[in-house]
Design a protein around this ligand. Structure first.
Ligand code: ATP
Ligand code: MG
Length: 201
C-alpha cells in the first residue's frame, strides 16, 4: 500500500549464535544457504562468552574462538563477526543480545538461525516467549533431530551436513584429519597453535 513504509528501509540480518568451539563448514554452509534463500543483507556470527546450558567440557577462550571465526569468514563480504557477547562477559543469553542489538538498530529485522538440535531445545531457552516476538527463527535440518518445532520457524533446505564441533575436537585429539571439514586457514591455525590437543575441550 502507498501509505506503508517501503520494505527497503528495513535491514534484514541473520544471526548465527553458538559456541563455535571451533567454527566448521557446517556453520558456513547453513549461514550461506539462509543468506541466499531468504535474501538477507548480512549474517552476523556471534560467539557466546559462556553458554547457558550446563556443559562439563569447557570451551577454549572466547578471543581464540572469535579469531577462528574471523579466519573462516574473511573471504565472504556478507559474513561478519560481532563480539557483543564476549565484550559483555558472563553467561550469554540470546534474549539479552537481541534486545541490545534491537536497541542499537531499531530498523533492523533479525533472523535467528539454528540447527534442528536447537529447535528441539527451544522450549528451554531463557525467556523464549519474549524472544519469539523479537526475532524470526530460521532452522536447518541436522542428523538425528526430526522433532517438530514448538515455536514458529522457517525451515530452509540445505544439504544435510554431519560435521559438529564435538566431532572435530575428538578428531584433533586423536590426530585424525580435519581437512575439508573446516576452512584451510582454520585448520592451519588449530595445528600451528596446538588447539584441542588434550581432552579438556
Ligand atoms: P558442539 O558439538 O560443540 O555443540 P556444534 O557443531 O553443535 O558444536 P555450535 O556452536 O553448538 O556447533 O552450533 C551453533 C549453531 O549451529 C546451533 O544452532 C547448531 O544447531 C547449528 N549447527 C552446528 N552444526 C550444524 C550442522 N552440521 N548442521 C546444522 N546445524 C548446525
Ligand atoms: Mg551444538
Amino acid at each position: 500500500a502507498l501509505e506503508s513504509e517501503p520494505d527497503e528501509v528495513k535491514r534484514r540480518v541473520g544471526i548465527m549464535g553458538g559456541t563455535f568451539n571451533p567454527i566448521h563448514n557446517g556453520h558456513l554452509i547453513m549461514a550461506e544457504q539462509v543468506h541466499s534463500q531468504l535474501g538477507l543483507d548480512e549474517i552476523l556470527f556471534i560467539p557466546n562468552n559462556i553458554p547457558p546450558h550446563i556443559d562439563t567440557k569447557t570451551a577454549i577462550d572466547g578471543e581464540t574462538r572469535a579469531h577462528l571465526i574471523e579466519l573462516a569468514i574473511a573471504d565472504n563480504p556478507h559474513f561478519n563477526l560481532d563480539r557483543i557477547e564476549l565484550t559483555k562477559g558472563g553467561v550469554s543469553y540470546s534474549i539479552e543480545t537481541i534486545a541490545q542489538l534491537k536497541q542499537q538498530h531499531p530498523d533492523t529485522e533479525y533472523y535467528f538461525i539454528i540447527g534442528a538440535d536447537e529447535v528441539a531445545y527451544l522450549p528451554k531457552w531463557h525467556r523464549i516467549e519474549e524472544l519469539v516476538t523479537m526475532v524470526t527463527f530460521v532452522a536447518v535440518k541436522r542428523t538425528g533431530f526430526t522433532q517438530p518445532s514448538t515455536y514458529p520457524v522457517i525451515w530452509i533446505d540445505t544439504p544435510l551436513v554431519e560435521i559438529s564441533s564435538t566431532d572435530l575436537r575428538q578428531r584433533i585429539e586423536q590426530q585424525r584429519s580435519i581437512r575439508y571439514l573446516v576452512p584451510v586457514k582454520v585448520a592451519e591455525y588449530i595445528v600451528k597453535n596446538g588447539l584441542y590437543q588434550d581432552d579438556k575441550h
